[in-house]
Design a protein around this ligand. Structure first.
Ligand code: ZN
Length: 328
């Protein structure tokens, strides 16, 4: 099980470059679904047919990245962000391009104060001697993502891109685990969430479900000095009440909470003060689609080493499977 999560997180897939991730997912699920389709923007839409309500689950395939804007004559690369890249998390980290080239994020000045860090003063050092040498390997517009290894210890998983390969992984496991269901189920692996929920917007329009649930990571309040927040690693998957993009529809919230209670799966309630997920776009589609989010409490989001508790993941898969199988 955990090997698949490892493979998903380590696959290259910044926003707009999701095809390798899509390939991994496609190979995993094709035996278990009735229909599979790639839409014009690149969303992967898989269906497990049923006569009942149309239910859409969504998880985004893309991760944040750094896009090359300029190569100087010494061969150092300047970049801009693709999604929410933090200069604090990036400094002196390794990044990886699609062709496997590794770069290190350096800084052009002596750093006196961390708060003065600016992304414009950072560069990617791939070890090239000159612009000519760099250009043989990397072009303007190429995107790198963090190179953060996958580790498992003390029942915690840490890696880059748990946001949101973890959600993709959970949906794959739900697809594999589901036996009987009457709902008409759509599992959508979306593109470009980190750039503003773009793939969710178009796929929700074409699927046009009765209800939708996004699966994504969320913050915690359980590390030294963290801002007070009710979420902790290991206390169960989180049922979102509100974030910046959505207030969970009462029907969906009740459905999720009731299913957790009936099945004895532990859960936490989440109010996230900043940030949003695919459901933010989905619920505003067409005449409105009642939507919610199942989140996994995650430390160090958008860093090269995000961390989750694997029991939360397993309980999240169990809860999603029970919701998918429930007649609504
Ligand atoms: Zn995410």
């Amino acid at each position: 099980m955990i090997d698949l999560l490892n493979k998903l997180t380590q696959t290259y897939g910044p926003s707009g470059n999701e095809e390798l991730v899509r390939e991994v997912i496609m190979n995993e699920i094709k035996e278990y679904v009735d229909e599979i389709d790639i839409d014009p923007l690149g969303n992967l839409i898989a269906r497990k047919k049923g006569d009942g309500k149309k239910l859409m689950f969504a998880a985004h395939m893309d991760e944040i990245g750094l896009i090359v804007t300029y190569i100087d004559k010494e061969g150092f690369l300047r970049f801009s962000n693709v999604g929410g890249v933090s200069q604090y998390y990036s400094l002196f980290q390794r990044v990886k391009f699609k062709n496997g080239i590794i770069g290190i994020l350096g800084y052009e000045e002596k750093i006196e104060e961390m708060k003065d860090l600016k992304i414009e003063k950072m560069y990617i050092d791939i070890g090239a001697k000159s612009r000519e040498e760099a250009e043989k390997l990397v072009n303007i517009g190429d995107v790198a993502c963090f190179a953060g290894d996958f580790h498992y210890n003390l029942n915690k998983v840490s890696s880059k891109a748990l946001d949101d390969r973890l959600g993709c992984y959970m949906l794959i496991e739900v697809i594999k685990a589901l036996k009987n269901h009457s709902n008409d189920l759509y599992f959508v692996f979306t593109v470009q969430e980190e750039l503003g929920l773009r793939g969710a917007k178009t796929s929700a329009f074409s699927v046009s479900p009765d209800y939708a649930i996004a699966v994504d990571v969320t913050d915690t309040g359980d590390t030294p000095g963290s801002k007070p927040m009710a979420l902790k690693l290991g206390r169960g998957p989180a049922i979102k009440v509100k974030d910046n993009s959505i207030i969970t529809h009462p029907f969906v919230r009740t459905l999720m909470i009731d299913t957790a209670k009936e099945t004895g799966i532990p859960y936490q309630l989440e109010v996230l003060e900043r940030g949003g997920t695919d459901s933010g776009a989905i619920h505003l589609t067409k005449g409105g689609i009642p939507s919610g989010v199942l989140s996994i409490a995650t430390r160090y989001i958008h860093s090269p080493a995000e961390m989750v508790d694997f029991d939360d993941v397993k309980n999240g898969i169990a809860l999603l499977t029970a919701i998918a199988a429930k007649e609504i």
